[in-house]
Design a binder for this molecule. Structure first.
Ligand code: PBG
Length: 331
């Protein structure tokens, strides 16, 4: 309705000053919604990750100190990713079941120093397999779904017994959530949360991560398209989520983040369950590269990307920017 030649509704009124913009803002972003992924390495492999400026592979002492710094900034949860020396990698990823592995020691070290921080542990074999795939191979060289599930359930139980709060199967085998939930229930870890990488796409945005953990070169030309989802599909993501929830997942994840906002929204609307988004390594590196060239304002671009993930329906976000973002947001 217009009054004379003037509009009666002026949307600019609620945009004119910070106080009113802050009051009508629909989506909030606080550090406690961010999960910081961290790379853990034995001494010889620690150091900066070339393809991810600002990201470092930490040894155990550095890891504990970093977790304390993150906690002080308001971050309440970290996701740990181990870097495995090449000589410890085998076709069956045996290191995944070693109770004295770097991952097990890292979980215990962080829990001991900082029991109140939530720890997420990826469940998949790619850090440990000589071929870089997330599962074991059959005689024809294909990733063997059911044989992989047998190992993954034992890997999840091992991490749960080390004290991890959340196991996060990122392998995309069919039925693995049910296997893992069953073994956790049966063997005394009924309170361990499962954050399922439910809608995990076969994405080229994981490149820098694979460099960070040293799984990329092993993968060679073999991709992960036979188990990770086709980026062109959305209905299939809903089927993945329905199955994982039915099998006992507590939280479902969409990965990557920004190019998949529609998937996050459909899952949130369709299921009304806790949803996580993973703003992956390639997304991080793109923003860092543009910022380093002076093409983007890093702080503004990062906070915008994170708010957009929240607006799309993500309750929590795994992001390599988590620490910087928490600093910018204030605890
Ligand atoms: C391993 C795993 C990957 C990521 C998280 N867990 C890589 C992959 O599936 O190849 C990617 C994370 C990132 O790119 O930041 N299963």
């Amino acid at each position: 309705m217009a009054i004379g030649s003037y509009p009666s509704t002026r949307l600019r009124r609620t945009r004119q000053a910070a106080f009113i913009r802050d009051m009508v803002r629909e989506t909030r972003l606080v550090p406690a919604q961010l999960i910081q992924p961290l790379f853990v390495a034995e001494n010889a492999l620690r150091g900066p990750v070339a393809a991810m400026p600002g990201v470092t592979r930490l040894d155990l002492d550095e890891l504990v100190r970093e977790c304390e710094a993150l906690y002080a900034l308001g971050i309440r949860s970290v996701a740990l990713f181990p870097v495995t020396p090449a000589e410890r990698k085998t076709p069956n990823g045996d290191e995944a079941l070693n109770p004295d592995s770097l991952m097990c020691r890292a979980i215990k070290a962080v829990k001991q120093a900082l029991p109140q921080i939530g720890i997420v542990a990826d469940v998949a074999l790619d850090p440990y397999t000589s071929h870089g795939q997330d599962g074991v191979l059959d005689e024809a060289g294909r990733v063997d779904n059911d044989a992989s599930c047998e190992i993954l359930r034992r890997q999840a139980l091992l991490y749960a017994r080390c004290g991890v709060d959340i196991v996060a199967p990122s392998d995309m085998m069919d039925g693995r959530i049910g296997h893992i939930r069953q073994v956790l229930e049966r063997d005394g870890c009924k309170d361990t949360l499962i954050l399922s990488y439910a809608a995990k796409y076969a994405s080229s945005f994981y490149g820098p991560f694979r460099d960070a953990v040293g799984s990329g070169s092993n993968l060679g030309k073999g991709g992960k398209e036979t188990y990770q989802m086709d980026p062109a599909n959305t209905d299939e993501a809903l089927r993945e989520v329905a199955l994982d929830l039915d099998e006992g997942a507590d939280i479902v994840m969409v990965k990557p983040g920004l190019p998949y906002l529609d998937i996050i929204r459909r899952i949130k609307d369709g299921f009304g369950v806790p949803v996580a988004a993973y703003q992956v390594s390639g997304e991080y590196s793109m923003l860092k590269a543009a910022a380093a060239n002076g093409w983007l304002d890093e702080k503004k671009a990062v906070l915008e990307a994170l708010v957009c993930l929240r607006r799309a329906g993500a309750d929590m976000i795994l992001s390599y920017h988590a620490k910087d973002a928490a600093g910018w947001l204030g605890a």
